[in-house]
Ligand binder design. Sequence first.
Ligand code: PLA
Length: 469
Amino acid sequence: MASSMLSLASASASASASASLSLQENLKGKVKLGSVHFTSCLPGKTNSIIKANHFGRISMSVALNASRFEGIAMAPPDPILGVSEAFRADTDEKKLNLGVGAYRTEELHPYVLKVVKKAEQLMLERGENKEYLPIEGLAAFNKATAELLLGADNPVIKESRIATVQGLSGTGSLRLAAALVERYFPGSKVLLSSPTWGNHKNIFNDAGVPWSEYRYYDPKTVGLDFEGMIADIKAAPDGSFILLHGCAHNPTGIDPTPEQWEKIADVIHEKNHIAFFDVAYQGFASGSLDEDASSVRLFAARGMELIVAQSYSKNLGLYAERIGAINVVCSSAEAASRVKSQLKRLARPMYSNPPVHGARVVANVVGDPALFGEWKAEMEMMAGRIKNVRQKLYDSLMAKDKSGKDWSFILKQIGMFSFTGLNKAQSDNMTNKWHVYMTKDGRISLAGLSLAKCEYLADAIMDSYHNVS
Ligand code: PLA
């Protein structure tokens, strides 16, 4: 036994997984022990445990600290989804999660739309199967989503000039489109607004698409730097892709006016760029599906070719169903069918085909006039609740703050977020002192705020703004 311990010690000291494995094989063959259980804790990298029973069988497990994954560093938490993790770990009852953009009721509970429950009930009654979808997704969904985006009587749809493929919500749809750009427009740049939704940069980085930024937010006016935006789009190499937020710009909540959209379309057209819209909030910004799609429709009406990613996370509350679409508007039906075939080719090795549940929910809701009407009413209700807390937060700040600071920018912003202008240190104070969880760029999700918590939030903002530099 002493010799087996010795040989174990010398073999283990080499601390190599393969050496330990062959040792295990050797021991199996040669060592006969009674009922023994001993552990060798060696200096260095290896701890080995040998167990033997009275039938003479020996098993050994080797826990190696020297991992083959040693070179992989710990990733930082995600700037948005990591906020929810920190929120969950906080035990203070005053805590408020204004990080991720997820709609909550006035009681701050997640909300499943009634119309979604009805659609799901229908699906259960029909006893739908769970067969694979085609690579491009559910046909009824693809039809419904393109019509929702452009309007059913849009010539683009009538002339079959749109390639629509069901995607893994907004993010997956953006990623698939980024892969198309990388493959068929190698070296072309995507221009992102400064600032933009943090994940845009990750998406284009991972797809290997170079990007740069165009000016968007002007901290002096807490508004749009329209001149800067136009100048930067003009200065970009001809044929670049210009990423635009269709409505409710994230994180600023600042959208161009209809006249400004016309000018943006002019420059994109002049420069032979391609507009690449991210539409994650259709119907959720203004409460109207048509109004929130007006930017995209304006470009389509000019006959411009476009890429549009859509998401149903917010407007139908289908966050976890991962349902969205990628649409490529082309100048001919023939081009659209070629583009679609290549989108499918890109999707197949990535995830093969998309999930069916959310697609059926959307198809049922949009395809049924009664359910469609109910959906619009619920969307107006959600958008209305957000507008109410926006107003109450502004009123609370104005009532409390005697410094003369103008908080009216909060009312000018649109959508589920407010960009407060708080810097990182001030945002940290919001979280560390007040248990208000938000992203470090000063963004708060008003969809996670209740009327009852507006006063508390106003106190937290005032303290952070005036007492922390
Ligand atoms: N595009 C924009 C502009 C978004 O704000 C979001 C979500 C998406 C796409 C993607 O959403 P989806 O994949 O769920 O369809 N932005 C959230 C969530 C709401 C997130 O970061 O993932 C946000 O808090 O900013």
